[in-house]
Design a protein around this ligand. Structure first.
Ligand code: ZN
Length: 464
């Protein structure tokens, strides 16, 4: 018979579990590596490029015979695999994360000048709260493809000696009408125009009148720095993201503040888990896969999102090289996956929106979400109890703290992840990742203890 203490579930926080000096040091070393990563990878293509570099440095390549393969598609999605001892017919272990984050994109015909400034028209990407993007320093990240096919990467506003950009907010003196408007109406998307310049192009000796001299000056500077002209912007993707690096938050440096932690925290932890993973003689028991997707924030559509066939093609290719007689369906049905994504933490200032018993708390380890979706579990993957029992067993055995939660009170909102697209294959899948405050804001907040515990959890998942 269970004792009274055993009957009631009383989990420990990640701070309690990882309390030794060595563990606290490892926690902060991980936090430092992670902050470096998210400070430099602010778009899906920057993330995929860095991830590929890290994997290739660790011995992943193009040759299936080596058992360690990495491949990318359109520079925005990445698949990596480490072959295990057991046949693929017994399934693989998969961690799936997404590299895109909410941001403000340039329109294809962005540049104009009006009222003494040159600005760029924008169309925001993903579920952001528009007001958070006014009056903060922005950097531009993107790439421009010229008619010749040459791709010009563009990053402006991250180095100390570079200027930043901004969307100017309205002064309070003239905001009397705006402050009484509904939030959804007070910040029209067409006012999210990014200031690019102010100084007119100087006339030279025999110049006639210069039309749009400020815009002309901006074009001149873009040409000098990147060799691009206005028409090149049609075949470009330029994103405005918060400028500057990730930082510790709090006197105790126990939290990390930074842009794009949803979901690059899981990208980074998944990458490290795959790279550091080694079984007997460097070969794990089960084949380990990592997929990094794009477009999760806008519905997982397109060639590089979770609804695309890319992942399936990668598994097919694995089978052709390693196990040609095994059917794809057999592998998919036998596999186990973690939809590695962040979760909204219980917010001290908005407690009324959460249901405390089923909320994720900062510092209590990675959050498992049996189902996402909204209003009656619509559009949710619903992880099977047998799979959750297996995960409980492996994590408890390894002493990794974890928690189970759902997002907010029932009927107050909700959200989706890529879990359901993996569930469609019949594989076991559940959402799991660190919880955070201020999700989808320019400065998202995570706990260094959760990041460490999530890193442990991903490794334990790969190993079992
Ligand atoms: Zn996400």
């Amino acid at each position: 018979m269970n004792t009274k203490k055993e009957l009631e579930h009383s989990p420990k926080t990640a701070w309690e579990v990882y309390a030794s000096q060595e563990e606290r040091q490892a926690m902060h070393e991980l936090a430092e590596r992670y902050m470096q990563f998210i400070s430099h990878c602010k778009t899906e293509w920057e993330t995929v490029a860095e991830a590929e570099k890290m994997l290739r440095n660790a011995g992943f390549g193009d040759d299936y015979a080596s058992g360690m393969v990495v491949r990318t598609f359109k520079g925005k999605t990445l698949f990596a695999v480490r072959r295990g001892r057991r046949p693929l017919a017994e399934g693989f272990r998969l961690i799936a994360a997404h590299a895109d984050s909410p941001r403000v994109d340039f329109k294809q015909h962005p540049l104009y000048e009006d009222a003494a400034v040159a600005q760029a028209k924008t169309h925001y990407y993903g579920g952001l709260r528009k007001y958070q993007w006014f009056s903060i320093p922005l950097a531009l990240h993107g790439h421009v493809v010229k008619e010749s096919g040459e791709t010009i990467p563009l990053v402006l506003g991250e180095r100390d000696d570079e200027p930043v950009f901004a969307i100017a907010d309205l002064l309070p003196h003239l905001a009397q009408k705006q402050v009484t408007q509904k939030l959804s109406e007070a910040f029209p998307a067409e006012k999210m125009n990014i200031i690019l310049g102010h100084q007119p192009l100087d006339k030279t000796g025999n110049d006639e009148e210069i039309k749009n001299p400020i815009k002309q000056h901006v074009l001149r500077l873009l040409d000098e720095r990147f060799g691009i002209r206005e028409e090149d912007l049609y075949s470009a993707e330029i994103h405005a993201v918060p400028a500057g690096p990730a930082r510790y938050v709090g006197l105790d440096k126990a939290m990390i503040g930074g842009y794009g932690q949803d979901d690059r925290v899981c990208v980074f932890l998944g990458l490290e888990a795959l790279i550091e993973q080694a079984g007997v003689g460097g070969v794990p028991e089960y084949t380990q896969c990592l997929i990094i997707w794009d477009k999760e924030e806008i519905g997982s559509e397109g060639a590089t999102g979770a609804k695309s066939r890319f992942f399936e093609y990668c598994v097919e290719d694995m089978l052709v090289h390693w196990e040609p007689a095994t059917r794809l369906s057999k592998v998919m049905l036998a596999s186990k996956a973690i939809s590695a994504d962040v979760h909204g933490a219980f917010d001290p200032d908005y407690q009324d929106l959460h249901e405390k018993l089923n909320s994720a708390f900062l510092g209590s380890g990675p959050t498992f979400t049996k189902f996402t979706g909204s209003r009656g579990k619509y559009e949710a993957n619903d992880a099977h109890p047998a799979y959750i029992a297996w995960l409980r067993q492996i994590l408890n055995k390894a002493g990794v703290p974890w928690q189970m939660a759902e997002l907010g009170k029932v009927d107050l909102g909700g959200g989706g992840t890529v879990a359901m697209y993996l569930g469609n294959y019949g594989m076991d899948v559940i959402d799991c990742g660190p919880s955070m405050l201020a999700m989808h804001s320019p400065f998202e907040l995570t706990s260094v203890a959760d990041i460490y515990a999530s890193s442990r959890a991903f490794k334990v998942f790969f190993e079992n």
